[in-house]
Design a protein around this ligand. Sequence first.
Ligand SMILES: [Zn+2]
Ligand SMILES: [Zn+2]
Length: 211
Amino acid sequence: MLVLPNIYLLKKNVKGANIYVIEESDGITLIDCGFEGSDMGIIEFIESLGSSMEDIKNIVLTHGHPDHVGALPELIDVTDARVYIHENDIGLLEKFTGLSRDKINNLILLKGGENLDILEGTTVIDTPGHTDGSIVLFNPRRKILVTGDVLIVDAKGELSLPKEVYTKDLDKEKESVKKLAEYDFDTILPGHGIPIIDNAKSKYLLFIKTL
Ligand SMILES: [Zn+2]
Ligand SMILES: [Zn+2]
């Protein structure tokens, strides 16, 4: 499903969190990769674009939960992509995938503040709370925020916090959500639920008043 020009949300034959595919002339970026077993759906989709798995240049993991990282072991067998995750979540990734960090080619551990070569420059924002190493991605050119589980969209289409039982530190999580006010965005691509394409900032500003 095309969400925005050259940005897709995968729906078919994948399970777990939202998986976004960003298609650029110099390669493809995958944001999160779903539960174990989602690799087949990802491969089918990449091939439907007329590309191959070798065209994937980046796999960015918003955090280490299994609904976001589960298919990584299968994917790293068929791509040479750089794999990005916050350094504070590499332990969760190891735990939930059974991979050890030295088995992941091109692993890049993030701290927050990095500028990634995606959509002509995408900033990594350190947003701990849901997990210690949860990140949000901000693309200033397209005014997009990719929020992982830091900020999700519920079944009614409303912004929401992730479930408390899966969230390590709710106070930190709320602080991280409020910190996003400083970014100029129109669109939210959440880790769960339907993307908010227009006026996301005004919806977000109303939402944070409730926290
Ligand atoms: Zn999730
Ligand atoms: Zn999560």
